[in-house]
Design a protein around this ligand. Structure first.
Ligand code: SAH
Ligand code: SF4
Length: 407
């Protein structure tokens, strides 16, 4: 979501003549987009602001702007602590960020020489904002507000325009895309309509909530050839006691049922997930259940997080009673197991032929992705292959990437 919003802001600012630089030292305007989901991401933002402030001491004309969830949550605290921050724009006001930055920095709209946005093969499209689910650990509903589904016709228009500009793959974004609803459109019908856009090759979406993933959607994934065989379906925990305390509104049995249905409907599907370890009250037995589930389900990949209490959330009132060392141990165990499985999965792909979409080229090597979402570096291809489907024979596998030759 943040990457998507940063991209959009960058594009909007480019119509004011601004362009992106790669290092802090070259910037006249420093924009920090922040995330509040975990305590660690907020700490990282604070330390970056420290560096930006130091830089500004020697370069007083530099403007520092903080946007996103932290700006929403603790904007005034940030301003008090970092005196040199010039502007704060919270996530609920993100649509006005470009205008506010342009005002602050005296940039003038030069949209008549609008920069052509045709470099990207893959683009994000936001279909929903906010979240109403109130998982007990999660700050998102507080910083991003109520769940709203964006106008389906606008989404289809935006997507068509992107495809006209060369985009081949669209990733639909929302905190819980399965509950998308706009007039007569639900999520499945939105995707089916999207799939009719000529020139669009691939559709992905995230995040899916297990409580709302419908049979209709699973069926659509099986039949709609543009929809990739990948689903990100956060499990969080396999202990029903913990799932209940997290207010996730599904049981582990329900989750497993979905996994089975997905694998029957889409045999080559890669299921990825999010897991939190050390949630308040998570005993060794609860953790064992999650560990066992990871072993048995064999996710295509996973993100594992150590629980951190977030302000305003229900879990923040529960005793954070798993010691840090134990959280680290559980985190490590899940990660090791998941890495082991990933290595086995990629090793089994060596020798196979994969259909990949060429996304980028660097030093003559194409970076592409399989339908399941794995990165493949392709030799024997060239610039003209960008945006095309290629058949690639996989020669070598590393944990997070595959290497192959074009056929
Ligand atoms: N809407 C998405 C998730 C958004 S947050 C969903 O429901 O799946 C991304 C991930 O961050 C979550 O899936 C969760 O695993 C993790 N997360 C959220 N709050 C957290 C917290 N307080 N501590 C640790 N991890 C957290
Ligand atoms: Fe947070 Fe739960 Fe909403 Fe995801 S569904 S954003 S975890 S409250």
């Amino acid at each position: 979501m943040n990457m998507c919003e940063s991209d959009k802001l960058g594009l909007a600012l480019s119509t004011y003549g601004a362009s992106k630089v790669n290092i802090l030292q070259e910037a006249n305007i420093v924009i920090l987009n922040t995330c509040s989901v975990r305590a660690q991401s907020e700490q990282k933002a604070f330390s970056f602001l420290g560096r930006a402030e130091e830089f500004k001491q020697d370069n007083p004309n530099t403007k520092i702007v903080v946007i996103g969830c932290m700006a929403e949550r603790i904007g005034s605290k940030i301003k008090r602590r970092f005196k040199s921050v010039d502007l704060i724009v919270g996530s609920k006001d993100i649509d006005n960020a470009a205008l506010k930055i342009a005002d602050l920095c005296n940039l003038y709209d030069s949209s008549f020489n609008k920069i052509e946005d045709s470099q990207n093969i893959v683009r994000y499209v936001t279909i929903m904002r906010g979240c109403d689910n109130y998982c007990s650990y999660c700050v998102v509903p507080f910083v991003r507000g109520r769940e709203t589904s964006l106008n389906a016709l606008d989404i289809l228009k935006e997507s068509s325009l992107l495809v006209k500009n060369g985009v081949k793959e669209i990733m639909l974004l929302g905190q819980n895309v399965n509950s998308y609803r706009y007039k007569d459109f639900n999520f499945t019908s939105l995707v089916k309509n999207l799939a009719t856009i000529n020139g669009l090759e691939r559709i992905r979406f995230m995040t899916n909530h297990p409580k709302d993933l419908s049979d209709e959607l699973i069926e659509m994934m099986a039949t709609e050839s543009k929809v990739c065989s990948h689903i990100h379906l956060p499990m969080q925990s396999a202990s029903n006691k913990i799932l209940k305390a997290m207010n996730r509104k599904y049981s582990y049995e329900h989750y497993i049922d979905l996994v089975k249905k997905l694998r029957i409907a889409v045999p080559d599907i890669s299921i990825t997930t999010d897991i939190i370890v050390g949630f308040p009250g998570e005993t060794k037995e609860d953790f064992e259940e999650t560990f066992k589930a990871v072993k048995e389900i064999r996710f295509g990949g996973l993100y594992v997080f150590r629980y951190s209490p977030r302000p305003n959330t229900k879990a923040a009132n529960m005793p954070d009673n798993v010691p840090l060392e134990e959280k680290k141990r559980r985190h490590r165990l899940i990660l090791e197991e998941s890495n082991k499985i990933s290595i086995e999965i990629v090793a089994s792909m060596v020798g196979s032929v994969q259909q990949v979409l060429a996304e980028k080229i660097e030093n003559g090597v194409i970076e592409a992705r399989t339908r399941g979402g794995r990165k493949v570096f392709v030799k024997g291809s060239s610039e003209k292959d960008l945006g095309r489907h290629l058949n690639v024979s996989i020669k070598e596998a590393k944990i997070n990437s595959l290497f192959g030759n074009i056929i």
